[in-house]
Write a protein that binds this ligand. Structure first.
Ligand code: G3H
Ligand code: 13P
Ligand code: NA
Ligand code: ZN
Length: 328
């Protein structure tokens, strides 16, 4: 059944586990997530970005997720709008039937420029008011994702910033988080702790100096009843990176967020973990390998079927590691 995010996150908090939230753009991703959830008995959060809506088209994206619900009536599924850049985008998503929306007011409507605290409170509070009236959950974001290692080298969009913010300004401040949650009434709060979107998060395996799990603990101590969300939480598996490059790819050396660090975050209030890049890499590695090994094949079901298997393996591993398995 389609459920609100609040329902799942409350259950996760009561039972001490975390939920991976996978970005979806196409049929094979949706099927991979659902097959993994069915096999591990896990509740599901599927999220569509503005880019996903543009790629698939609103109707296709919505019906893909609704098909997943119909095909798996026993699995609770959240249909979540990822990174809504304005109240208008969030309201459109609600009208489409999304059971949860993210109002990302940490950035202005261009989804690039860091926004003021007051702007963030204003737009987020407006979305909460509308969403809660119809039983839809809201995720807000405070702080800026970006790499601490490179000193805000990358912003939310993965492109270089001009160093306008210092390291500490990027991170979510615990006291501000408390004020923000109180002023907006959000159901979940995305926090900045040194991760960034995309594959290029860290140039070496991250230490505590750049991946600030200590900040999660600080925030959780201040607002223990708020569900925390980690964005940019792909682990960038080294075996997938190697497979991509072995079969003709050219990805650079890079490291993601280790699964065991996420598990540590889950012990301190993290309930939703956003993952997109790992499924992209799994998909690409599978296609490259299949194409290289089967040069005579031309049936897309063959190589897309391989992407599904590869994505499903990642999904199952995350459901299990985050304690989500068996909770549906
Ligand atoms: O928030 C970032 C997600 O990875 C979605 O990326 O905007 O390219 O769909 P996208
Ligand atoms: P990754 O790029 O690390 O997969 O993060 C995805 C994300 O945060 C989507 O909102
Ligand atoms: Na989100
Ligand atoms: Zn994100």
């Amino acid at each position: 059944a389609l459920v609100s995010m609040r329902q799942l996150l409350d259950h996760a908090a009561e039972n001490g586990y975390g939920l991976p939230a996978f970005n979806v753009n196409n049929l094979e991703q949706v099927q991979a997530i659902m097959e993994a959830a069915a096999e591990t008995n896990s509740p599901v959060i599927m999220q569509g970005s503005a880019g996903a809506r543009k790629y698939a088209g609103e109707a296709y994206l919505r019906h893909l997720i609704e098909a997943a619900v119909e095909a798996n009536p026993d699995i609770p599924v959240v249909m979540h709008q990822d990174h809504g850049a304005s109240p208008a985008i969030c309201i459109q998503a609600m009208r489409l039937g999304f059971s949860s929306v993210m109002m990302d007011g940490s950035l202005k409507e261009d989804a690039k420029t860091p926004a003021s605290f007051d702007y963030n409170i204003d737009v987020t509070r407006r979305v909460v008011e509308i969403a809660h009236a119809i039983g839809v959950s809201v995720e807000g974001e405070l702080g800026c994702l970006g790499s601490l290692e490179t000193g805000m080298g990358e912003k939310e969009d993965g492109h270089g910033a001009e160093g306008v913010l210092s390291h500490d300004q990027l991170l979510t401040d615990a006291n501000e988080a408390a004020d923000f949650v109180k002023a907006t009434g959000v159901d979940a709060l995305a926090i900045a702790i040194g991760t960034s979107h995309g594959a290029y998060k860290f140039t070496r395996p991250p230490t505590g100096a750049v991946l600030r799990i200590d900040r999660i603990k600080e925030i959780n101590a201040r607002i223990p009843n708020t569900h925390l969300v980690m964005h940019g939480s792909s682990s960038v598996p080294q075996d997938l990176l190697a497979a991509i490059n072995q079969y003709g790819g050219a990805m650079g050396e890079t490291y993601g967020v280790p699964v065991e660090e996420i598990v540590e975050g889950i012990k301190h209030g993290v309930r939703k973990i956003n993952i997109d890049t790992d499924l992209r890499m799994a998909s690409t590695a599978a296609i490259r390998r299949f194409m290289a090994e089967n040069p005579k094949e031309f049936d897309p079901r063959k190589y897309l079927g391989e992407t599904k298997k590869a994505m499903k393996a990642i999904c199952k591993a995350r459901y299990e590691a985050f304690g989500c398995a068996g909770q549906a």
